[in-house]
Design a protein around this ligand. Structure first.
Ligand code: SAH
Length: 259
């Protein structure tokens, strides 16, 4: 592989709270000459950038493709080949639903050195913010991180199959699932008890964090009535037992009375 003058570091910025950055992430952000920033990256994280660094926001919030992925990849490669130290800041962990894999492949194929720095993924931060261990040994053998949005290789997710695995004692953590929550709920009810505990956490780790706790039978209503939108994760499983079955956030924006 040809050595390139510049380099790219794919950095996990964590769920939002800058205190959850790793020391490696802070070091990379400090040494960047160009930062390409996803929109789920909290502003607090950018305080570590040099004053002289260029900061470019390349978010694709809520599926509206403001900056196409191909463009981001081209830009990263061009800037690195130009000698820049590019830091690609991604929410959570760069290799959990972050398209970090595609970006690393694109760069390596062009002989550009890529380093990847882990971040705390939103699903872990969300559960911890509720005081919930995702793999509490009395309730779960493991945890599945799944996306409610993507259709990997064109095949839609088969929720009943995931529900069957969850029923075997696997906690389910669903990213990008609030937009399709009705479908998620319907599919999961095929193999999971209606009374299975669920939680929805929005803006995990940030001051704006809100969450609601309930049961699978009322999951979609919980999201709708709590006004919980993206970015949010849905947690499903017995590890949530013991949490109060209620909307715990202070003032849900659009909760309907008497619902
Ligand atoms: N790489 C990221 C995930 C990117 S996909 C990570 O490891 O966390 C984007 C999805 O992540 C959002 O739709 C939402 O489901 C979740 N997400 C990201 N930040 C979040 C946060 N602070 N609180 C809750 N969910 C979040």
């Amino acid at each position: 592989m040809k050595a390139s003058p510049g380099r790219v570091t794919l950095v996990g910025a964590g769920p939002g709270d800058p205190e959850l950055l790793t020391l490696k992430a802070v070091r990379a952000i400090r040494s960047a000459t160009l930062l390409l920033v996803d929109d789920l990256v909290g502003d607090g994280v950018l305080r570590y950038a040099r004053r002289s660094a260029r900061i470019v926001h390349v978010g694709k919030r809520g599926g509206c493709r403001s900056t196409p992925q191909a463009f981001i990849q081209k830009l990263m490669a061009a800037e690195a080949l130009n000698g820049e130290h590019v830091v690609r800041l991604k929410g959570g962990d760069p290799f959990v639903f972050g398209r970090g894999g595609e970006e690393a492949e694109h760069l390596r194929a062009r002989g550009i050195a890529v380093e990847v720095v882990n971040g705390i993924t939103a699903g872990l931060a969300a559960a911890t913010s509720l005081g919930v261990p995702l793999t509490h040994r009395e309730h779960a053998h493991g945890v599945m991180l799944v996306t409610g949005h993507a259709r990997a290789n064109g095949a839609p997710l088969h929720w009943p199959t995931l529900a069957a695995a969850a029923a075997q004692g696997l906690t389910l953590v669903i990213y990008m699932g609030v937009a399709t929550v009705e479908e998620v709920q319907r599919g999961l009810l095929a193999a999971l008890d209606a009374g299975t505990p669920v939680a929805v956490v929005q803006h995990a780790s940030l001051p704006a964090q809100r969450h609601a706790v309930g049961t699978l039978a009322g999951l979609a209503a919980l999201v709708r009535e709590g006004g919980l939108g993206s970015p949010a994760v849905i947690v499903v499983g017995d590890v949530l037992r013991g949490l109060r079955h209620a909307a715990l956030d202070a003032a849900p924006a659009r909760r309907r009375r008497g619902a």
